[in-house]
Design a protein around this ligand. Structure first.
Ligand code: NAP
Length: 337
């Protein structure tokens, strides 16, 4: 009997909760199961994940907008946790280290093996929940305000979906750099969130008065830059709001891709258009360390203040994705194993 019990306990300890899809489709294709954990190979570690970041891009791999290599497929691109096993030839990381990573697919798991190439140490004092809330989203905000359009005091910046994951951190970072921030959102309730994020003005994205009001705020000149992660529903009227020689940064498309881009209008008003992706900016280890130091530093220096984090159990990833797509969430969402 005792032998049976210890066998059962070992069996449970050797299994990890994991989310898998066997086909692409609605959130209901996200199933939760348990599978045997594996040992790390050369250059790899096994991480006991404490918090997994939920990102809009996860829904693209699930619903078929982005292809996946094979099934079953485990979504998710970022997480934070503690190293519980180290493979051969790993020198920079040890068992017990607090680590995180961004853009390694397969993150929706309790425990997983990852290469150390994209792994980073999380500074003391930052929890796994906080790290998972600011890795991809904070890195994206950093790319936008420091690299794509270095924000300077006096800039007038328009942030679409300013209550969302990236939008919240972007608003706070742009404010800290001295910009006037105009935020948009999709509902009256979320307007409060945008103002709490520090935006100077907030408008409903679909409101007709919005274009007129933004021009009034900028003395008819238009804004210096629009950060647009929404795409289809916002892109066209964003163009009317940019000053001559200003910039439109299309970094995401949560409402779909813009159907038509008026290149004539862009040229006529000398508008610069950028379509940045993190993978094109974080190209090597050195840049990764720079992004991590800057983003964790911004958090430690109070730029993001208290993080707005909504938690779902990992086993409820289907509900979390459904809520994100239905525009029910604000701030950063994490999945907790
Ligand atoms: N370029 C990159 O490397 C990079 C990296 C990370 C993320 N991104 C992009 O950044 C954007 C934000 O990502 P996130 O994870 O932080 O998501 P999120 O902003 O928390 O969620 C998406 C938000 O978009 C708004 N939205 C407007 N129309 C929508 C529609 N038809 N369906 C769903 N949402 C709609 C909603 O806010 P309201 O209701 O307030 O309008 C919703 O809350 C995404 O487009 C993502 O792909 C890009």
């Amino acid at each position: 009997m005792l032998t049976d019990m210890s066998g059962l306990i070992t069996e449970i300890a050797n299994k990890s909760g994991i989310v898998k899809i066997y086909k692409q489709g609605a959130p209901s294709v996200l199933g939760y199961e348990r599978e045997t954990i594996t040992e790390p190979g050369p250059g790899e570690v096994r991480v006991r994940q404490e918090a997994i970041g939920l990102n809009f891009v996860d829904t693209y791999y699930r619903d078929g907008k982005f292809p996946v290599k094979s099934f079953p497929y485990t979504p998710g691109v970022e997480a934070a946790g503690v190293i519980e096993a180290v493979g051969p030839w790993v020198t920079e990381f040890n068992v017990g280290d607090h680590v995180g990573y961004h853009f390694i697919t397969g993150a929706y798991a309790e425990s997983r093996v990852v290469s150390t190439q994209q792994l980073i140490h999380i500074p003391a004092g930052i929890t796994s929940d906080e790290a998972a809330a600011i890795l991809v989203k904070g890195f994206t905000a950093r790319m936008l305000v420091k690299a794509v359009h270095p924000v300077k005091p006096g800039d007038v910046v328009l942030v679409h979906a300013a209550a969302g994951g990236v939008g919240t951190l972007l608003t706070k970072w742009a404010k800290a750099l001295g910009a006037t921030v105009i935020g948009t959102t999709g509902s009256e309730e979320k307007k409060e969130v945008v103002l709490a994020n520090g935006a100077d003005y907030v408008f409903l994205a679909e409101c007709r008065e919005f274009v007129h009001s933004v021009l009034e705020i900028t003395n008819g000149q238009g804004v210096d830059v629009v950060f647009d992660g929404v795409g289809k529903d916002t892109f066209t009227h964003s163009l009317d709001l940019i000053r001559k020689g200003g910039k439109i940064v299309l970094y995401g498309s949560s409402s779909g891709q813009p159907e038509h881009i008026d290149h004539g209008l862009l040229r006529e008003r000398s508008i610069i258009m950028a379509t940045p992706t993190l993978s094109a900016y974080i190209t090597d280890r050195e840049v990764l360390e720079e992004y991590a130091a800057d983003t964790f530093g911004a958090f430690q220096n109070g730029i993001f203040e208290k993080l707005a984090i909504t938690r779902y159990p990992l086993s409820k990833a289907n509900q979390a994705q459904a809520d994100l797509e239905a525009r029910k969430t604000t701030g950063s969402v994490i999945l907790v194993p």
